[in-house]
Design a protein around this ligand. Structure first.
Ligand code: SAM
Length: 216
């Protein structure tokens, strides 16, 4: 796979677009510049890779819009060494952005075909999160607590189990709403029992399935 001068030029333009839409976290923008998004696209769809749009990745799922990935990542305030759980591996693009920020990334996917594909593909392009197949709406207690949890599918409510898997000071970023439209919500754990909730713009994610999601 080639990351040519032309690809980098297209990516630079995409990063500028994301910046113009309000992403002002330089580390996040630098991570977007580093990950070759066209690697996640079939050659026939190359021109779509550097548009600020979500795109189908098969199995009725999508690679998230770069702005959305940047927005969720910015809210997480990832630092080098942060332990981050991603729910909804999908194409693996968001996991790569988190890895570029120096996070230790744990990622769960509920769709077996996508899980198999991405688990094989990411190491081939040099990215190594810890993968799991299963229902991420329950988190991943084995490796908890996490400094950040990012849910990349729309949930009906905030799963209590995810809140309980945060460190004190840890943040959960999750789109909450119906299956068409969700509000981005950030929950920060203040201490053992107290949490702060902040709400941001609306987005449109595919539904979170599973026990704490819309079920299957
Ligand atoms: N983060 C992905 C990326 O960078 O390409 C985008 C993910 S896509 C918008 C949402 C993903 O969440 C889909 O791959 C879907 O199969 C997955 N998903 C839905 N419910 C899930 C669950 N309960 N646990 C884990 N993954 C789930």
């Amino acid at each position: 796979m080639e990351d040519s001068y032309r690809h980098r030029g297209l990516r630079k333009r995409l990063v500028q677009t994301v910046k113009d839409k309000g992403i002002n976290d330089e580390a996040v923008l630098a991570a977007l510049m580093k990950v070759p998004r066209h690697f996640f696209f079939d050659n026939a769809f190359l021109e779509h890779a550097y548009q600020d749009k979500a795109f189908p990745i098969g199995q009725g799922q999508t690679i998230s819009q770069p702005y959305t990935v940047a927005f969720q990542t910015m809210l997480l305030k990832v630092k080098p060494g942060s332990k981050i759980l991603e729910i909804g591996t999908g194409s693996g693009y968001q996991a790569c952005i988190l890895l570029e920020l120096g996070a230790k990334v744990f990622t769960i996917e509920y769709n077996k075909v996508l899980y198999e594909q991405t688990r094989k593909f990411l190491p081939e392009i040099g990215y190594r999160p810890v993968f799991k197949y299963g229902d991420g709406s329950l988190g991943w207690p084995l490796h908890a607590p996490y400094d950040g949890i990012v849910v990349t599918a729309g949930a009906p409510v905030v799963p209590q189990t995810l809140k309980e898997q945060l460190t004190i000071g840890g943040m959960l970023v999750i789109p909450i709403g119906n299956t068409e439209r969700q509000r981005m919500v950030k929950i920060t754990r203040l201490d053992e029992t107290e949490f702060k909730t902040e709400a941001f713009d609306h987005f449109a994610f595919v539904p979170l399935l599973g026990k704490e999601g819309w079920r299957k």
